[in-house]
Write a protein that binds this ligand. Structure first.
Ligand code: FAQ
Length: 331
């Protein structure tokens, strides 16, 4: 079975977007203002639909590609308990990808189309998954920081105006909480272990801290999609607000287990209680988004290999479905 055809990118879609009836847009915006949830069969501005397809498909891809850095450690987990927990976690991420791809389908775009965009390298997925997992402490750090950041972001998205996305987030956040706890427990154990184990935990924190802050996206001043997403109730908090919330939570957790956040500028604002942090290296963020991070090529190659290796499964499933349909017709 060949790869599905490549779909239009967001940029291509924007140039061909039909104008919406202003009266319908006003009624739609009144529903959003009243806190109503938008469901798949409801009228929605074309631009709202396309923004959701963009954001949700990127999110689904992130869940799927996000399995790769951790999957790398399933066979090397230090004991059976850790292996079972990691296996379950990685499997959960696959499930999250599937829920969100189903959500994208409610917006009239097929899963094949968005998956083709991922495989061809056209689609974005979270920058964080382009970094390598060098030691077991990286697995703890991913659960603690990456799932921790995802929870902060997705707790907001559980209140998004689009019903299928918001409902998927409620369930996903419950599972991400388990993921975060397993990661933090790994880090706590390492931080209380031998000096070498503590050093390994600190090294992982050093490498993942800044990329975790980048997960929240560009600063508000450079976030082209935020205005529309906020106006239409998809985003309820800005990129910078969520990043700050994450930093505030995580500094206290690092202190509790005796690890140091790798930021010499970190200081608590006595008035607000917020932890002020140093400048993020946005040139690194841009490089990773442009496909030139430490593992971009490796991740895309692994996804393409998995897709190609799975061709026989898709062919078998289709043949079985066709056989059942024929049998049902005959009956
Ligand atoms: N990486 O205008 P904005 C997880 C892009 S799930 C890559 O601010 P927006 C679970 C952005 O797409 C992690 N690209 O965009 C897990 C846009 O590009 P475009 C994923 C990024 O949409 C844990 C451009 O920059 N979560 O971790 C990133 O308003 C462990 C301009 O940005 C989600 O996807 C980035 N970090 O805000 C799994 C949550 N940031 O499309 C496995 C849903 C920005 O215009 C293991 N998404 N860009 O070409 C969101 O909340 C938002 O889309 C943001 C970006 C906040 C990510």
């Amino acid at each position: 079975m060949g790869r599905p055809p490549t779909g239009a990118t967001m940029t291509q879609q924007q140039t061909t977007m039909p104008a919406d009836d202003p009266a319908l847009v006003a009624a739609f915006e009144a529903r959003i203002a009243a806190g109503e949830t938008i469901e798949p069969k409801d009228w929605m501005p074309e631009r709202y639909r396309r923004q959701l397809v963009r954001m949700m498909s990127q999110h689904a891809h992130s869940e799927v590609v996000g399995m790769l850095p951790e999957g790398n450690w399933i066979t090397r987990a230090p004991n059976l308990r850790r292996k079972m927990a990691l296996l379950a976690k990685v499997q959960d991420e696959a499930g999250h990808g599937l829920y969100i791809y189903c959500g994208v389908e409610t917006l009239g775009v097929s899963r094949d189309e968005v998956v083709a965009q991922l495989l061809s390298g056209q689609a974005k997925y979270s920058s964080i998954f382009n970094y390598p997992t060098l030691t077991w402490a990286d697995i703890g750090t991913i659960g603690w920081l990456v799932d921790g950041a995802a929870i902060v972001n997705q707790t907001m998205l559980a209140k998004a105006s689009y019903g299928p996305y918001a409902r998927a987030m409620v369930r996903i956040c419950k599972e991400e909480n388990f993921h975060k706890k397993q990661g933090f427990e790994i880090m706590t154990t390492l931080a209380q272990g031998t000096p070498a184990q503590k050093a390994m935990a600190q090294d992982a924190l050093n490498r993942w801290w800044w990329p975790s802050l980048m997960m929240f996206g560009p600063s508000d001043a450079n976030s082209p999609n935020s205005a529309e997403l906020t106006r239409w109730g998809v985003k309820r908090r800005s990129n910078d607000e969520l990043r700050q919330r994450f930093v505030n939570m995580t500094v206290a957790q690092a202190q509790a287990i005796g690890l140091t956040i790798p930021d010499p500028d970190l200081a608590q604002d006595p008035e607000t209680g917020d932890w002020r942090f140093g400048e993020i290296d946005w040139s690194e963020f841009k490089r990773v988004l442009a496909g030139d991070g430490p593992c971009n090529r490796e991740r895309l190659a692994a996804r393409n290999k998995a897709h190609d290796d799975g061709a026989w499964v898709r062919a078998a499933a289709e043949a079985y479905a066709a056989k059942r349909a024929t049998a049902a017709q005959a009956a």
